[in-house]
Design a protein around this ligand. Structure first.
Ligand code: G3P
Ligand code: CA
Length: 248
């Protein structure tokens, strides 16, 4: 098994998707903290750049679905975004949760919890500058992997900030998964395939090329078991507790 599975147990990393999105409002501190309490080794989250150049944690381009407000994140300031409730839409118990800044997540989570930052916005020098500043400032360069479906965004990030670890997100059903990394034009840390597209031979083939394999988003017990048996380096799930119970 390649490095960066759990070193003590050699089992796959439990990566909480948007925290523990199956049991708490996605991409909130409550969700990330729950994932960690449930035994997650890592959390996955999504980031956007605000109008005033800050990185905030939210999946969609707008705040409409996951808060009590309306608007495009890239047209809102942090001050406007912080007024919104990001928990009540999910359950009254989470009233008062806010959209977190990436810096707040870095500060809140234990240093040994890996963070998978998925970039949802386009490339800009502001994005690479702020990300690099936060990773360096919080000493998070070696415990963070930055992923995106836009490999071009990752390529440009990597050109500006070579120390950033990058992971390729994709949904293609490839014949040879390592080919993605070989042709990406940059040093790739991990592959993040849609789970339906990857089996044991694919995982082994990618790992032989030094790539970690973190498929997304696996929730059903049967599919979780298959991913464990396939030897994945980590598994992205909305239910970290479910995977933890399976792994023991
Ligand atoms: O990073 C894995 C997964 O989160 C990618 O899809 O839409 O859930 O961000 P999405
Ligand atoms: Ca995501």
């Amino acid at each position: 098994m390649v490095e960066n599975c759990n070193e003590q147990t050699l089992r796959p990393l439990i990566i909480g998707h948007r925290g523990a999105a199956g049991e708490a409002p996605e991409n909130t501190l409550a969700s990330f903290e729950l994932a960690v309490r449930q035994g997650a080794d890592a959390v996955e989250l999504d980031v956007h750049l605000t109008a005033d150049g800050e990185l905030v944690v939210c999946h969609d381009h707008t705040v409409n679905r996951t808060t009590d407000g309306q608007g495009r994140i890239d047209q809102m300031t942090v001050e406007q975004i912080k007024r919104l409730d990001a928990g009540r839409w999910y359950d009254e118990r989470f009233r008062g949760e806010r959209i977190p800044l990436l810096s707040e997540v870095f500060a809140a989570l234990p240093a040994n919890v890996m963070i998978n930052v998925e970039v949802k916005c386009g490339y800009s020098d502001k994005l690479s500058g702020r990300l690099a500043e936060l990773l360096a400032g919080f000493g998070r360069l070696e415990t963070t992997v930055v992923s995106s479906f836009s490999h071009k965004v990752l390529y440009r990030l990597k050109q500006r900030e070579p120390a950033i670890r990058v992971g390729l997100l994709y949904v293609a059903d490839l014949v040879r998964h390592s080919v993605l990394a070989e042709t990406a034009g940059m040093d790739v840390y991990s592959l993040h395939p849609q789970y339906q597209a990857i089996g044991p031979e694919d995982v082994a083939e990618a790992q032989r090329h030094g790539l970690r394999v973190y498929p997304f988003t696996i929730n059903e017990p049967e599919h979780l078991r298959q991913a464990v048996q396939a030897g994945c380096s980590g598994i992205i799930t909305d239910f970290p507790a479910r995977l933890k119970a399976m792994l023991g």
